[in-house]
Design a protein around this ligand. Structure first.
Ligand code: SF4
Length: 196
């Protein structure tokens, strides 16, 4: 996939962008540039699939609630570096995330020296509306299904039903039109399918 258009549009909005053909190459890059710092990781199948936690933990202090216990959520909020993915990326440059706890989207707005989004080609959609649709109707239902939630979307993982379930995982929506003023934000685009 050609990332030229989305790269140009992201850079015009103030994001730094790196592109890679493979997840392995992206992981090697991040393993090289993130060194000797504290790192927070948001819930991310992309990060898990890349084996990035294991690599970074060898020479950084890493806080990830998926591997390091629930207290890692609070510790990751104050980390130097934060890493997550996106639920949708518009070719026009908007970065879209939906969250349940809110820790992941909060960390994409404030509180770190450096923020990395690792985004596979499957997250890309031509327009903002289509990227938002993807986040709501593909990523969120599949995540609800993966987590075994008692929500209508989890039955088939087919679409969002805008449920009012107590187990609803979609509690907040954050759209980055650009990086927050205090936050050096880099988008790592990978020409492979990663995450949901
Ligand atoms: S709002 Fe409810 S139905 Fe829609 S994706 Fe989220 S959990 Fe599923």
């Amino acid at each position: 996939m050609a990332f030229e258009t989305v790269k140009k549009n992201l850079e015009a909005r103030g994001f730094s962008v790196k592109t890679f053909d493979t997840a392995a190459e992206a992981a090697a890059y991040l393993d090289g540039v993130i060194d000797g710092v504290s790192v927070g990781i948001g819930g991310s199948l992309t990060v898990q699939e890349m084996g990035l936690h294991e690599k970074l933990a060898a020479h950084n202090t890493v806080h990830w609630h998926w591997t390091d216990g629930q207290e890692a959520r609070a510790k990751s909020a104050g980390a130097d570096v934060y890493i997550t993915s996106a639920n949708g990326l518009a070719e026009t440059g908007e970065v879209i995330n939906i969250d349940g706890f809110g820790n992941r989207v909060a960390s994409t707005l404030y509180g770190h020296k450096k923020l990395y989004f690792i985004i596979g080609r499957n997250k890309l959609a031509p327009t903002y509306d289509e990227a938002l649709w993807r986040a709501r109707n593909i990523a969120a239902p599949k995540n609800a299904q993966r987590l075994g939630k008692k929500t209508p979307c989890a039955v088939k993982g087919d679409r969002c039903y805008d449920c009012k379930s107590p187990e609803r995982i979609c509690r907040s929506l954050v759209v980055l039109w650009g990086p927050s003023m205090s936050l050096d934000t880099e988008i790592v685009l990978v020409d492979e399918d990663l995450g949901l």
